[in-house]
Design a protein. Sequence first.
Length: 112
Amino acid sequence: MNHQNWPDYFNASVTICNRDGIIVYLNEKSASQFEKYGGKDLIGKNLMDCHPEPARSRLRQMLIEPLENTYTTEKDGNRKMIVQKPWMNMDNFMGVIEISIDLPPEIPHYKR
């Protein structure tokens, strides 16, 4: 396994879009998660079309400047943590990386 391909083997959904909002990468888990919307065929499509308001406005702002956004969500009893971070190449802002992690029903929280 090439270390540069780690998202292909990561047990969470990884989606990357460029600064125009165009999806440039979906790992297998992300493609599977969005299969009913086209799966891998979403590559080349605009990620803005996949988000309702107010998420669309937040994403639009994140494509203008390198902002971060982290939250949890629940749908049909499935909980997830969503982490959206700037996609950077050295100091060049390239777009946004979104990682969606399935959460167990109970999560311990530790202060260290």
